[in-house]
Write a protein that binds this ligand. Sequence first.
Ligand SMILES: C[S@@+](CC[C@H](N)C(=O)[O-])C[C@H]1O[C@@H](n2cnc3c(N)ncnc32)[C@H](O)[C@@H]1O
Length: 293
Amino acid sequence: MQHVPVMTAEVLQWLAPREGGVYLDATCGLGSHTKAIAAHVGAGGLVVSNDRDAESLAMARASVTEQAERIQFTQGPFSSLADRWKAMGRGLANGLVADLGVSRYQLTTPERGMTFMADGPLDMRMDRSQGETAADVCNHSSELELANLIYEYGEERRSRQIARAIAQGRPVTTTGQLCRLITQVTPRTSRTIAPETKTFQALRIAVNHELDEIKALLNALPELVGPGGRVVTISFHSLEDRILKQHFQALGRSGQARVLTKHVVAPSNEEVRRNPPSRSAKLRCVEMMTGEE
Ligand SMILES: C[S@@+](CC[C@H](N)C(=O)[O-])C[C@H]1O[C@@H](n2cnc3c(N)ncnc32)[C@H](O)[C@@H]1O
């Protein structure tokens, strides 16, 4: 399944890419935002597009045709994007977009192990070449560590019961097996949210160190984007959005950036109707005031 990009018109509106500008896309995915920005920078501009997922990058690269000379792809976690960016020797960028979380493609491909809708290996890594899988986390963490992780990253009230079921059901190797363990101890209480949702979210956040990644990217912004350049973020759950909101407020107070979105920007009703998963998206934008110290 392809990724349906979220809030592309709003990304362009807030990023305001200009002809000849240089922009960073920290989360290329299948490249929709990258291509939309590339269309605005003209032949003299550049979009450096990053993702930690080699498979997504390969698909994005293959889908770029006429704008190929304006787009440069880089692979790695965005916590180290500043290192790759500095190595390119281009000074500071005119703007950056980060569309956080995972893509529809990653979420719905059973082999990636992120979905509870189909059976697959319990992987969940965005970069399948390194790091612990969700199976490793389930099989090698203590029951208490698992309970804390499911509570903290999934905001799941039944975290202790689920952690016990996982510990007793080890080794856990597939998404289907994990689903059975979770549903043994969590009755369906909502017609819209499946009992597995929060535990799957928690494991994915832990496996990919998602919250630490966001903090590292935010701390590196002065090394990435120059004065007057805009940073646009899209988040999909409250744990991410809280980090962004607090960091942007702090940048505003210290005079390092100006917060342009006084309230979060949500997708239009029309977009939510067309693409229901977009309903939880929240866009924020700041304009950098000072460069690297
Ligand atoms: C919501 S999708 C982006 C979709 C993209 N904007 C588009 O238009 O197709 C998020 C992407 O960010 C990548 N990603 C998430 N966290 C990352 C991180 N810490 N470092 C690098 N890439 C990351 C994921 O692999 C995924 O491809």
